[in-house]
Write a protein that binds this ligand. Structure first.
Ligand code: PMP
Length: 440
């Protein structure tokens, strides 16, 4: 369907914002009964989807929603090249990494070719959490340390160890005594050396505090775009000094690329490359299989050596032939459709559009981000407001435009569409955002 047609379908409909249908109410009740109380739904009025195509999601009535949020279906919902690769491989063979197969090696070769040559090995998992968990095990084995440093509102995954190192889960999630938190980098118009020194000083304080408690550091683990810390992308280069500081203390620098990886920042395939820093371990997931569960960890070979000698690794589903086919297809689409370049171009358009809106609507504060990962602070009387951010998110949902909010105070709009997001899609998003701002 053309974007122009979508814009019409997308027009605001007061009916859609009214109460839930009986069918959706029944679905919510059934879900709670079967899945229990720990799951959460997006939006005051949850959305029900039955189909996805490109940057659009469709509800049971066939109404289209503009997806400005999904970095899993990163090359577009139901991308035909990924669907075809997965279906073809599934019909032929799906085993695991204990047999000789070509696909996982073809994929490993293609994936490692997107990284600096020093990252010579890649191991496969099914989720980003598993990748971070493996990275941490390897870091602890290699360094002999146990301490872990993360940022104040970090999220790194669902395993026990990672949940205890994910302060964004809130105060009800106890933090491990082996974990220290540091403030995320804050640009505030300053250059990379200054921002980097400030961030590195926080890391140094954390290392000293671990030492004071008799704990040797294993790693500094950061999401290289600091998504859950409110999106901290600039100025490029600020990660270099902190990586040095952790290495001097005997720990490793682990780049969590689950969010910025696979071209999203528009500047490079990987967030760490944008900062000109070489990690010891790189973890990745979400967009890697465009919805098929593929994740992994790249490593400098010298760091894997002792782990490989003393232990062994097998992940039943990790790196299976279908996962490898999905991953290889995704890399091909990013290259063939110029999605990284598109992320740079359309991301800049969204950022500029929001900056223009900020001059007219005081609710919009600072606008940050890189490529198709853009954030806008929402303010009420000059102060961060999660309530107002939620109103904007829900207002956009009523207009069938999907975004979310995050950050330490829940006041940061998170704008992170699939990478084929077009200039027309961006214009529609900005138009609808302005319409919502005009009403609040
Ligand atoms: N790291 C980061 C930065 C993430 O955002 C996430 C998922 N939100 C993870 C790790 C965990 O990935 P998964 O949900 O695939 O386990």
């Amino acid at each position: 369907m053309s974007d122009a047609k979508m814009a019409m379908v997308n027009a605001f409909d007061a009916e859609a914002a009214s109460d839930l249908s009986a069918a959706d109410r029944a679905l919510i009740e059934r879900r709670a009964r079967l899945l229990g109380p720990a799951y959460r739904l997006f939006y005051e009025k949850p959305v029900h989807f039955v189909r996805g195509e490109g940057v659009w999601l469709f509800d049971p009535e066939g109404q289209a929603y503009l997806d400005v949020y999904n970095n899993v279906a990163s090359v577009g919902h139901s991308h035909p090249a990924v669907v075809e690769a997965v279906s073809r491989q599934m019909a032929v063979l799906n085993t695991h990494t204990r047999y000789l197969t070509d696909g996982v090696l073809d994929y490993a070769e293609a994936l490692l070719a997107t990284m600096p040559p020093a990252l010579g090995h890649v191991m496969f998992t099914c989720t980003g959490s598993e990748a971070n968990d493996l990275a941490l095990r390897i870091a602890r084995h290699h360094t002999g340390g146990t301490g872990l440093i993360v940022t104040e509102t970090a999220y790194h995954g669902v395993t026990s160890v990672l949940a205890e190192a994910s302060p964004s889960l809130g105060p009800n999630m106890p933090r491990s005594p082996l974990v220290r938190m540091v403030p995320p980098p804050r640009a505030e118009g300053r250059d990379a050396a200054v921002v980097g020194a400030e961030f590195a000083a926080g890391v140094k304080r954390a290392i000293d505090d671990l030492a004071a408690h008799g704990i040797k550091p294993a790693a500094l683990l950061v999401d290289t775009i600091f998504s859950s810390d409110g999106v901290r992308a600039d100025p490029p280069g600020f990660l270099q000094e902190a990586a040095q500081v952790i290495r001097v203390a005997g720990g490793l620098f682990i780049a969590d690329e689950v969010q910025p990886g696979f071209g999203r920042t528009g500047a490079a395939m990987w967030g760490f490359m944008r900062h000109g820093v070489l990690p010891d371990l790189v973890t990745m997931g979400k967009p890697m299989g465009n919805g098929f569960p593929v994740a992994g960890m790249a490593a400098r070979p010298e760091i894997l050596e002792s782990f490989g000698r003393d232990l062994r690794y097998f992940n039943t589903f990790g790196g299976n032939p279908v996962a490898a086919a999905a991953g290889l297809a995704v890399l091909g689409v990013i290259r063939d459709e110029g999605l990284m370049e598109n992320a740079a171009r359309v991301g800049a358009q969204i950022k500029a559009g929001l900056e223009t809106l900020a001059t007219r609507y005081p609710a919009i504060g600072a606008v940050r981000g890189a490529g198709l990962f853009v954030a806008a602070d929402i303010l009420e009387e000059g102060r961060p407001s999660a309530t107002l951010a939620a109103r904007i998110v829900n207002g956009l949902r009523a207009r069938r435009v999907l975004i979310s909010a995050s950050g330490p105070r829940g006041h940061v709009l998170k704008i992170r569409p699939p990478l084929p997001f077009s200039s027309e899609n961006a214009a529609l998003f900005l138009e609808q955002t302005e319409a919502v701002l005009a009403l609040i």
